[in-house]
Design a binder for this molecule. Structure first.
Ligand code: MN
Ligand code: MN
Length: 314
């Protein structure tokens, strides 16, 4: 039964697969108007905010990312998924799980609080789609996913390698993948970075497809390399929005020019194998530096398309 009157399905509906009429510009916000809930029985995907930005090296503000992504996602909830041509939310039961509760006054508790929050989703057998937060939040996400799926292939969209030196305790959004490799959470020989435009002499054995390589060789070459490197291994996909050029994502903490366009990025993303992906996040949206919601809309579209990929391939 449709809601009468329509609207505000994020707290009024009991059916996670329903699509009610909404005013795009108003109403209670949730990711793509999904119902809020923490009961994961029968739920395929939980979208959750990971609002931490205490690990940034430049501009702060990504703690406000989840809120901005939810607001921008309302447009995507209106129509069938393009170019997929179906409604992913009819095929998969998706909830907005709300945000991880973090105490910014106790920074040393943050990583463990994030890990426990994400493990609560992953261990219920539900796909976790995290909305950052700065990129450090991916480290506790990887801990929670590797505990269930074993060492993972990392597919990382980013301007930065995030593999600078880390002896195991930094709160730093530029070093956590060094730690993830050292701790066996990810397999460097199965992992690939796309869009890089910083020099880091130590790639730790991870395949690097830097932005000039992507521009020169194109989308199909990227996809071929990603398939070669990841094989049939379970993939954790992490999307740092600064992979995009600042023209396409100005609202981020560490922008670097010469990046990918949203068109290039979506073309890559939409050809990935949704069966292979066991977890994902979209991070580093800092709305204070955004213009006309360009960045938030890009991030919301990436998150939405990831759900469409799962709906298409599973
Ligand atoms: Mn990053
Ligand atoms: Mn980055």
């Amino acid at each position: 039964m449709p809601l009468d009157p329509p609207g505000d399905q994020s707290f009024r509906t009991t059916d996670p697969k329903v699509r009610e009429r909404e005013m795009t510009y108003a109403g209670a916000l949730s990711f793509c108007r999904r119902r809020y809930g923490r009961d994961l029985a029968g739920i395929d995907v939980a979208v959750t905010g990971l609002p931490f930005d205490g690990a940034v090296t430049n501009r702060p503000g990504a703690r406000l990312g989840p809120r901005a992504i939810r607001a921008a996602s309302t447009q995507l909830a209106e129509l069938l998924a393009f170019p997929f041509g179906f409604d992913p939310f009819e095929r998969l039961a998706v909830v907005d799980y709300g945000d991880a509760f973090l105490d910014p006054g106790e920074p040393l508790t943050i990583a463990e609080a994030l890990r426990r929050h994400v493990a609560g989703i992953v261990d219920a057998g539900t796909f976790c789609l995290g909305l950052g937060g700065d990129h450090f939040v991916t480290y506790p996400c990887l801990q929670a996913h590797a505990a269930r799926f074993g060492p993972l292939a990392l597919v990382q969209f980013d301007a930065h390698s995030d593999t600078w030196t880390d002896v195991g305790q930094r709160l730093d959004h530029g070093t956590m993948f060094t730690r993830a490799v050292a701790e066996g959470l990810i397999l460097p020989e199965r992992s690939v970075q796309i869009g890089i435009r910083t020099v880091n002499p130590d790639d730790l054995g991870i395949t690097v497809l830097d932005a000039p390589w992507v521009h020169r060789h194109g989308v199909d070459a990227v996809l071929a390399r990603v398939r070669e490197v990841t094989g049939a291994h379970p993939v954790y996909l992490t999307f740092d929005v600064d992979c995009l050029d600042p023209a396409f994502a100005p609202g981020t903490g560490t922008p670097v020019v010469g990046g990918l366009s949203t068109a290039q990025t979506l073309a890559i993303l939409r050809e990935l194998n949704g069966r292979q992906i066991v977890g994902a996040d979209v991070v580093e949206v800092a709305p204070a530096y955004d213009v006309a919601e360009i960045t938030a809309l890009a991030a919301a579209t990436v998150a939405h398309d990831l759900i469409a990929l799962l709906a298409r391939d599973r």
